[in-house]
Ligand binder design. Structure first.
Ligand SMILES: *[C@@H]1O[C@H](CO)[C@@H](O)[C@H](O)[C@H]1NC(C)=O
Ligand SMILES: *[C@@H]1O[C@H](CO)[C@@H](O)[C@H](O)[C@H]1NC(C)=O
Ligand SMILES: *[C@@H]1O[C@H](CO)[C@@H](O)[C@H](O)[C@H]1NC(C)=O
Ligand SMILES: *[C@@H]1O[C@H](CO)[C@@H](O)[C@H](O)[C@H]1NC(C)=O
Ligand SMILES: *[C@@H]1O[C@H](CO)[C@@H](O)[C@H](O)[C@H]1NC(C)=O
Ligand SMILES: *[C@@H]1O[C@H](CO)[C@@H](O)[C@H](O)[C@H]1NC(C)=O
Ligand SMILES: *[C@@H]1O[C@H](CO)[C@@H](O)[C@H](O)[C@H]1NC(C)=O
Ligand SMILES: *[C@@H]1O[C@H](CO)[C@@H](O)[C@H](O)[C@H]1NC(C)=O
Ligand SMILES: *[C@@H]1O[C@H](CO)[C@@H](O)[C@H](O)[C@H]1NC(C)=O
Ligand SMILES: *[C@@H]1O[C@H](CO)[C@@H](O)[C@H](O)[C@H]1NC(C)=O
Length: 813
């Protein structure tokens, strides 16, 4: 008790001393301060900021020594260690390392913490049976969502170590990460405590609001959780600003890596976030995006200042304190809107209550679930690409959500950027996408795919296999290196860093914990951290004594290739053991491939002027099949005005799914607004043809027999359907709904016709075509999958369904 009191009072003293680095009000409210008359807070995203480049140069000197030490230890068994002499002969030869910590709620927070602890020379045992020293040699530390709870905690507690947190870890004692009680019921049975906490949050929100800045549930979310990250600071660091980091000793001495956390910007009036939605980087100096519709960075310290093309509208007057740490954390983990989209009466009632409680009479605002940046720092900027959506630079408000919401739950984009010249990225994957809540590689797949879309065309990412092979080859069961040979990557935008993929694997603890779990005992937290340590080290090297050396090889690889250095024979062996060699599974290769057109048809739909209209075309329930490639070619014609000379828009979608899952394909088409539009009626004609290709692997042979037997008499696939009970739609199913037909495949006639029966039955139902004026065009198949899975689960309609949905949403954390 005495110690604790001492701890608190020391912290209070520290706050008083460093008050200048905090919000000028020392509270949650930003305030106006003087600034240079000619200040401009915006720069074009045409390279790294000078501040970042200068800082990284300083960090390079620190990482050089640390990496030399680490690599000397890692290669201590190598017969020829001369490669080290070449690498450290010149500072430009030294490899540059980055860590990308995934989201996944608190499971990710502690799993990431354990993996990073394994790389930290301050962790007990890390220098004996871990990767100790690698963190000291790391230049960039990027995080998303639950991962950003971890990185924010250590960074904004003066780069404290996981070991220090472990040493004082307890239950109910207000130590860091004491989440024995959830942030949503902070007092547990002590309702007085909960009320007091919520009153504190409410008054913080009120202060920001009274200062003239819009607030939302994202502020509430950030404030509620930060009490557990910064317990030594008054009210969880309610007046703590992000840019304070620029003045801390650990940062100015470059003793820590450069922090990058991610959010996503969302267009007003939409709920869709996809590859085209700008990724927002939040770093010690910058807040902004490299991507086409923004292409600008704002000086993070002056967020909240009303600007036009970067210049304060009142010269010499700026706002400080808007970059509140709690608010930034709330932004990067903001999934509230996606919970609301579940459309469950149960969750909406909770959200309504929270909004009324904390936001008072602004509680019905359409933006109440989004992190609101108003004034918009990018207002009137002109750095965006021509042809890009200009809303993000014309609107007075910028709206942000969780950075992993487009399916990319590992923050690869910032650390793979060419400008940052990283040689190796350690990808910590705590996602939970297999049925038993372990990673299946799909976050990796999303970022891989993104580089082939318009949004990602300037970025490169190493080749990776599809999710089926990823799981079947066991790439999610132990560390794997991707992009081992630069010479194999020359078709990409540039040669990306080598990726060391470290998945969450259960070693000493069942670490496949639901993302929904928001309270953990100290024992559970310690177990997850320890298991993370073991996942990053192959069980403290018990599974492979050579793994440390292999990590050393991965770190040295790009520079070795570039400089043409001799490749140690131990590294050759390591790469045989750990590199993905471009193969896919034997099962994948030895499959029976069959195709059938399961449906073709025309529908004419008239809908009242809802913001979006949706019609279900078909659903695939992959049920017993191993793999489905589902291709939809859809043409939607909008006849909004009689004289409207509309161009049909054709889209094509391919998705691939595993056994026992639902596969859906969505086509999104924008129809033009029409002023003469009578009675708010919109008419759409949809013509689509769908093709499925199904591949059976041997292990699914049994399931296939079963389904054939049980479905022999059924015919008539792909009936176009929509909900008859929905009064807003009237639909006539056109001709063309057909039986499964047109089989084109090589195997025997017998298996073909057998298969046709299967496809006509197990492939019924869903491709969803949606058309809405607010939705974005150019959705990729992957972003679409995220949305579709939601849509699909929504139809369950029950509380159970809603709980599952919220679970799947929170799994993006
Ligand atoms: C692995 O090392 C960590 C850190 O030293 C330790 O906490 C853990 O108990 C070790 N695991 C095993 C299985 O020895
Ligand atoms: C970080 O260290 C500085 C200097 O010792 C101190 O003033 C500050 O309060 C510390 N911050 C936190 C969050 O502990
Ligand atoms: C509420 O804020 C007051 C004043 O800062 C603080 O003393 C108290 O501990 C806070 N209560 C809770 C439950 O967070
Ligand atoms: C919200 O409440 C405040 C204070 O009660 C009042 O001044 C303001 O007009 C209200 N705003 C709206 C939009 O009702
Ligand atoms: C965790 O994994 C084990 C082994 O696959 C499984 O038996 C268990 O059900 C999983 N737990 C959860 C919560 O899915
Ligand atoms: C060196 O080899 C020994 C024996 O195989 C092994 O126990 C040890 O872990 C190795 N050390 C390193 C750094 O790889
Ligand atoms: C690189 O390409 C060569 C030739 O295609 C292939 O043999 C090798 O396995 C590839 N290596 C990796 C790591 O993909
Ligand atoms: C594929 O599987 C079939 C049936 O199990 C087997 O007869 C055949 O030899 C396999 N082919 C290859 C290339 O493995
Ligand atoms: C489906 O429509 C396409 C395009 O109109 C046509 O080429 C194809 O033959 C049709 N397939 C069936 C099964 O009717
Ligand atoms: C479906 O198949 C049956 C039997 O082959 C045939 O009589 C029927 O006309 C077909 N229906 C359609 C819509 O093609």
């Amino acid at each position: 008790m005495y110690l604790k009191t001492l701890f608190y009072s020391t912290a209070l003293l520290a706050v008083a001393q460093t008050a200048n680095a905090w919000s000028p009000t020392n509270s949650y409210a930003p305030a106006t301060v003087d600034c240079a008359e000619d200040l401009n807070i915006i720069r074009a995203a045409d390279g790294l900021s000078e501040a970042e480049s200068n800082w990284v140069a300083k960090r390079d000197a620190v990482t050089q020594d640390a990496l030399k030490k680490f690599l000397t230890r890692a290669t201590s068994n190598f017969s020829d260690k001369s490669i080290l002499d070449s690498l450290f002969a010149e500072s430009s030869n030294v490899p540059r390392v980055a860590i990308a910590a995934s989201g996944g709620g608190y499971r990710a927070t502690f799993g990431d913490a354990g993996m990073v602890a394994a790389m930290d020379d301050r962790t007990d045992g890390a220098n004996e049976h871990g990767l100790g020293g690698l963190l000291q040699g790391t230049t960039y530390l990027a995080a998303i969502s639950g991962g950003s709870w971890f990185t924010s905690t250590v960074v904004f507690n003066n780069w404290t170590s996981v070991q220090d947190i472990i040493n004082q870890m307890g239950d109910g004692d207000g130590s860091i990460w004491d989440i024995e009680q959830s942030a949503l019921t902070p007092g547990g049975s002590d309702t007085a405590f909960t009320n007091q906490r919520f009153e504190n949050i409410s008054s913080a929100i009120g202060e920001k609001s009274s200062a003239g800045f819009p607030t939302s549930l994202a502020d509430v979310w950030g404030l509620a959780f930060s009490y557990y990250f910064f317990p030594s600071l008054p009210e969880g660091g309610v007046g703590y600003t992000w840019s304070t980091i620029q003045e801390t000793d650990v940062f100015t001495n470059a003793e820590m890596p450069y922090l990058i956390q991610l959010g996503k910007a969302q267009l007003p009036g939409t709920v869709a976030v996809d590859f085209n939605s700008p990724t927002i980087e939040v770093t010690p100096y910058d807040f902004g995006s490299w991507e086409s519709s923004i292409k600008s960075f704002a000086d993070i310290k002056y967020l909240g200042t009303e600007v036009s093309n970067g210049s304060p509208v009142t010269p010499g007057k700026c706002v400080e304190g808007y970059d509140n740490v709690n608010f930034m954390i709330g932004t990067c983990t903001n999934l509230i809107e996606y919970v609301e989209q579940a459309n469950s009466a149960y969750y909406n009632a909770i959200i309504d209550q929270l909004a009324t409680l904390f936001l008072g009479n602004s509680s019905t605002s359409a933006d109440r679930t989004l992190a609101i940046y108003s004034p918009n720092p990018f207002k009137d900027t002109t750095n965006y690409d021509s042809g890009a959506d200009t809303t993000f630079v014309t609107d007075d408000t910028l709206r942000l959500v969780d950075g992993g919401i487009d399916g990319q739950v590992i923050p690869f984009i910032p650390v793979m950027k060419k400008e940052r010249e990283v040689d190796v990225v350690f990808a910590l994957d705590q996602t939970a996408d297999t049925p038993d809540l372990f990673p299946n590689g799909d976050s990796v797949q999303y970022t891989y795919e993104r580089q082939f879309t318009e949004a990602g065309k300037y970025d490169a990412f190493p080749y990776v296999p599809g999710i089926d092979s990823f799981v079947e080859l066991g790439l999610n069961k132990k560390p794997v290196f991707f992009g081992c040979d630069a010479s194999n990557l020359t078709d990409l935008a540039y040669v990306p860093p080598l990726m060391v993929y470290l998945p969450n694997v259960a070693h000493s603890f069942a670490s496949n914990i639901s993302t929904l779990q928001l309270s953990f005992t100290a024992e559970e937290r310690l177990s997850l951290i320890r298991n993370g340590f073991e996942s990053a080290t192959r069980g403290n090297f018990t599974e492979d004594p050579d793994f440390l050396g292999c990590v050393g090889c991965a770190v040295m690889r790009r520079k070795q290739e570039k400089l043409g250095l001799d490749w140690p024979e131990e590294c050759q062996q390591c790469f045989t053991n750990y590199c993905w060699d471009g193969s896919i599974t034997a099962e994948d290769k030895n499959t029976t491939s069959l195709s059938s057109v399961v449906g073709n048809g025309t529908t004419t739909t008239t809908t009242t002027d809802a913001p979006d209209y949706t019609t279900l075309l078909t659903t695939i329930d992959s049920g017993d099949m191993s793999t489905i490639h589902f291709e939809t070619s859809t043409t939607i014609t909008c006849h909004e005005c009689e004289e409207n000379d509309v161009q049909p828009t054709a889209t094509f979608t391919t998705t691939t799914e595993d056994c026992d899952s639902n596969t859906l394909a969505t086509t999104t088409v924008e129809c033009e607004e029409c002023e003469e539009n009578a009675n708010n009626q919109h008419k759409y004609t949809t013509i689509s043809s769908m093709t499925t290709t199904t591949e059976y692997c041997e292990e699914c042979e049994e399931a296939r027999e079963t389904s054939v037997v049980s479905t022999v008499n059924t015919a008539g696939a792909a009936e176009y359907s929509n909900s008859p009970s929905n009064n807003e739609f009237t639909t006539q199913s056109g001709e063309g709904s057909s039986n499964a037909s047109k089989i084109s495949a090589n195997p025997s006639e017998q298996s073909v016709s057998t298969y046709a029966q299967v496809s006509s039955v197990t492939i019924p139902k869903l491709a969803q075509a949606s058309s809405g004026s607010g939705s974005q065009s150019g959705s990729s198949a992957y972003s679409v999958l995220v949305n579709e899975n939601m849509a699909n689960k929504m139809t369950t309609g029950s509380i159970v369904g809603a709980v599952l949905l919220v679970g799947s949403l929170l799994s993006l954390l």
